[in-house]
Design a protein around this ligand. Structure first.
Ligand SMILES: C[S@@+](CC[C@H](N)C(=O)[O-])C[C@H]1O[C@@H](n2cnc3c(N)ncnc32)[C@H](O)[C@@H]1O
Ligand SMILES: [Zn+2]
Length: 314
């Protein structure tokens, strides 16, 4: 069983998907439980946790923000990085708004992607950003780079607007039961000791539970399914879509979806117009990826064959 440390737990909505799949989730607390749960006072023990899951506050990075950033967003993001460095888990997942800065933590390969609740079975249009890190030490190390392959459904024809943490204070707020349902909680979910605006804030701040399930499923496969890990071990040679959507490429694909192709084209043009070095991989990178993956797999197959032959001789 994997032991997972939950940071900025809130009421534990991100934790739900992981608990349902049998991960043992323990929380470092949250200031909604009291000031002595402040993450700045928390110190993590090295080697105890397989994974870390976290949703640091996003207000400072949110486009919807009407006041100047307080600086707390960056401070708490740094606290998250400090705890990862202390605990050195095999993997981490960090959730936030799409405009959050990229985390850079020594010895971790980070896969970045956005995921909308409407593509996870929810009727809510809620786009969120995730960063999945895997401890690799460096690319020569024996630990394979872990990569998530998230299952996405087509968008439903019409969806409800995104829930917000401040909706409880608004006149046009949705009924609390509907609000909970849009966040993937049961209609009768309640927090009886919270006042109205605190209830809406806690649920509105949480990760949509249907999204939490998709993430947890992908983490389970990426960290426990040996066949899957082996198959995606060579990801650093370009198995991830270069548009930054975090999707895996297969076969001869150069981008994961038609929209990715458009994003890459836009990026290429912008970089050219600004005279910046291109970050879009040239075509030969894809050829190289296919060639390297093919060769590595062929070598593996031959090794397997010889191993069997020798086993038979014994
Ligand atoms: C976006 S919410 C996390 C929601 C959670 N991931 C979930 O799915 O339910 C961010 C949380 O960080 C907590 N928080 C803010 N500052 C904190 C601090 N200094 N130490 C610990 N928790 C803090 C807030 O109380 C809030 O619950
Ligand atoms: Zn893409």
């Amino acid at each position: 069983m994997q032991v997972v440390l939950s940071l900025f737990t809130g009421i534990g909505m991100l934790d739900i998907g992981f608990k349902e799949l049998g991960f043992c989730v323990v929380s470092a607390g949250d200031t909604i439980l009291g000031e002595h749960h402040d993450i700045r006072k928390f110190k993590a023990k090295k080697g105890v946790f397989d994974g870390i899951i976290a949703g640091p506050p996003c207000q400072d990075f949110s486009k919807a923000r009407r006041t100047a950033p307080t600086g707390e967003g960056l401070e708490l993001l740094n606290e998250f990085c400090r705890i990862v460095e202390e605990a050195k888990p095999r993997w981490f997942i960090m959730e936030n708004v799409p405009t959050v800065p990229n985390v850079k933590i020594d010895d971790y390969f980070v896969q970045r992607f956005d995921l909308n609740a409407k593509n996870c079975g929810s009727m809510q249009n809620r786009n969120r950003h995730f960063q999945f890190g895997s401890y690799t030490c460096d690319f020569d190390n024996e630990l394979p780079t872990l990569i998530l392959n998230i299952k996405r459904d087509p968008s439903p024809p019409s969806v409800s607007r995104c829930v917000t943490a401040s909706e409880g204070k608004q006149k046009d707020r949705r009924d609390f039961a509907d609000f909970c349902e849009l966040q993937g909680l049961p209609q009768d979910f309640d927090l009886p000791n919270f006042n109205q605006s605190a209830k809406y804030r806690a649920v509105g701040n949480g990760v949509n539970v249907l999204v939490s399930r998709r993430i947890a499923e992908a983490v389970k496969v990426a960290t426990e399914d040996k066949e899957y890990i082996k198959e995606h071990e060579l990801t650093m040679y370009g198995d991830l879509c270069a548009c930054g959507c975090g999707r895996l490429l297969t076969g001869r694909q150069k981008s994961a979806t038609p929209n990715c192709r458009k994003r890459l084209e836009k990026k290429r043009k912008l970089e050219k117009s600004l005279n910046l070095p291109s970050t879009v991989p040239p075509d030969d990178v894809f050829k190289q990826r296919i060639e390297i993956n093919r060769t590595a797999r062929a070598i593996e197959k031959i090794t397997e064959k010889y191993k069997k032959m020798y086993e038979n001789e014994d």
